[in-house]
Design a protein around this ligand. Sequence first.
Ligand code: FAD
Ligand code: SIN
Length: 525
Amino acid sequence: MSIETDFLVIGSGIAGLSYALRAADHGRVLIVTKGDITECNTNYAQGGIACVMYEPDTFERHIHDTLVCGSGICDRRAVEQVVTGAPAAIKELVRMGTKFDRSADGTYELAREGGHTENRILHAKDLTGAELERVLVRQVKRHPNIEVREHHFAVDILTQHHLGQMVRKNTSGITCYGAYVLDLKTQQVATVLSRVTVLATGGVGNIDHTTTNPSVATGDGIAMVHRAKGVIDNMAFIQFHPTSLYHPGERPAFLISEAMRGFGAKLRLPSGEEFMSKYHPMGSLAPRDVVARGIDNEMKTRGLDYVYLDVTHLDPRSVIDHFPNIYKKCLSEDIDITKDVIPVAPAAHYCCGGVKVDLNGQTSIRHLYALGETSSTGLHGANRLASNSLIEAAVYASKAAAHSIQKIKEIELRTDIPAWDYEGTSHPEEMILITQNYREMQQIMSAYVGIVRSNLRLDRANRRLEIIFRETEELYLRSTLSRNLCELRNMIAVGYLIIKDARRRTESIGLHYSLDYPASPGNEF
Ligand code: FAD
Ligand code: SIN
């Protein structure tokens, strides 16, 4: 079966939905998403969305904080574009109906998170992402030019390779013509032909055995571009959130928002001692890489499974009012956060690298854009500043929409792509082979490619992953196409890209901390 559309958008988080809404007045938009429409990282976001709102805050300060947090390797043009584009993006979200919290005087209540030198985080209690997703989904469902297909899994993007041509990394003019999309209910693969294709497939958190990300975050877009010989960038920089609720085996790990530390929460050892001030002058509110390493160090040297986050010294009513979702979740685990300290440990959270894009969100492959967490815009450098990702997705969605709307008139739909070849794939493989390899992949990445790395650990991870890669490719060739198998394949590709980027680096910088290399200035711990 083949389907034709002007804009194919893969993913239904803030990036995909924001783009779709802007493109829909200029052509037909098809959104495919592999789960329910709201199953995405966006829906889980807690702390908020960063934007300079009032004096004394300035664009210069937000730019400065982002650059410092990124350890000096951000692309300054991307940083300036996001920071200065943020107010317009927020205005648009508010126009659509987003309700950010306000103070009694009607001004927006702004929170602070790690690495920010000002209060500049707009939020909707501790459920900001769900509020954004609610509004965007409502707008998308109302738009007559947008069709949404849930439970549709994009397997691969279409390029000249599917026309029988040899495509290599250095092939010039690699072009995207759409994607093969598996309908998870009928198990049929559609050839979706589009003039413009947008990858908004989110993060990679499931690479690790503990993550704050929902199960959809398996780096599919990054793996697809890697297979299509597009450019991927900065994959070494996987951000661990310092404070997920300690609950072994819970997936996703429940996040205890950094906004709590912005509100006055302190990280403590079991003895009650506050420990972050010995690692950084900003203490518990230091940039995230420093806090995660500080906690990791305390846990390893003291043999702890977790440390504590403490809000018991703060006004209980105010704590419950600002963090009702966290309060409720902890209470369900018999932790009354107004009286008890919260056990927390780091968890894989955010992918700072991804598909390399320019200032318009264009990838190295023609007619293919990448937005949101799946992209590498240069905004985050070696470490993302808290609450900078939702705003990055919104700003780049607007830039990419404006750019692609201009271009689309010149783009012909390519209709000679062959249908998916089902040959040789009639046997559904035993699930155990897939789940066991998935678990092994997570173990390898967690043990050797986590918060602290070394050359030996990376080499070992590489060798182990290669074995799983070969086994999985064999499995892929002889099995019926399934979401689980495709995700495993994609996660292995992502693991390989992380290790490859980490191994080529000869300094400890931001989120890439190696025992073998000295830290760059400002990253001494
Ligand atoms: P997502 O929202 O993850 O959407 C990706 C979409 O792609 C999903 O719909 C998924 O189903 C779909 N998809 C993936 N692969 C395929 C495929 N092969 N075929 C079809 N569909 C596919 N950032 C902030 O700025 N502020 C915060 O407060 C904040 N809090 C966070 C809290 C948590 C617990 C988490 C996990 C993240 C948080 N982040 C926060 C990060 C932020 O939420 C994400 O980076 C951002 O939402 C990513 O948006 P996105 O649209 O790029 O991807
Ligand atoms: C949080 O609320 O701590 C998450 C913020 C982020 O990831 O940007």
